[in-house]
Design a binder for this molecule. Sequence first.
Ligand SMILES: C[S@@+](CC[C@H](N)C(=O)[O-])C[C@H]1O[C@@H](n2cnc3c(N)ncnc32)[C@H](O)[C@@H]1O
Length: 254
Amino acid sequence: MTTIVDELRLAGCVFAEDEAALLVEAAADQAELRLLVAERVAGRPIEYVLGWAEFAGIRVHVTDGVFVPRLRTVLLLKTALETVASIAAPRILELCCGSAALATALERARPDAIVLASDLDPRAVECARLNLGDPGRAFVGDLYDAVPPEHAGRFDVIVANAPYVPTGEIAFMPQEARLHEAAIALDGGPDGTALQARVAEGASRRLAPGGTLVVETSVRQADATCALFERAGLVPRILRDESLDATAVAGVLV
Ligand SMILES: C[S@@+](CC[C@H](N)C(=O)[O-])C[C@H]1O[C@@H](n2cnc3c(N)ncnc32)[C@H](O)[C@@H]1O
């Protein structure tokens, strides 16, 4: 174990001890352990080496290229749960779901909810189908086009961590994201709001009256995200959680 910790530390892994313990737990035998350590030392993100990531206390399947859920997205989880707290059997949609970590956490917290998820990347939807309680609730396609039309106008909440990194800033992201996550999972267009604009624009036709759209954003982009919500007929407010270093905009359809 000490050797593995040293190897990981030398390779620059900040949480070498924790990662060594996880790799030992994951490997069936010594030969597999050597293979997993070698992959990690070569720079493959620990989540892809293990085949899972943790989100809100849940282990979700992730495979190569699929966005690794981030802690900050717990702000969307909390906001969505607060929003539907007094609604029986709420209908919830996660757009740009990636592994559907958020949708999975939502359906675990609210087993009475109908939770749907969609993503353009078939690899992401494969993961989503493994993670969600009902694999038939994950769909491949462009934003709302992927969602069966009978749900239009019936969602109490739509959540989206759509890509919001400005194209020109992807080159400055940490190597693990830049080299290992799919470009479509990161690229938010010239100013980072291209996908958010389309998510906001389509929300009024999919939300139930009084329904809420919640989108992750950055401090810098929050005002621009709000403006997109207003243009789409939603009444927005900016949410900020310092402990998660998270920013989101929630907008109500009035
Ligand atoms: C930042 S990742 C977020 C994934 C997931 N929501 C999470 O927080 O872990 C953005 C996701 O948007 C998806 N995506 C990008 N463009 C899309 C589009 N036009 N329609 C649907 N999904 C799209 C990507 O494939 C990627 O999985």
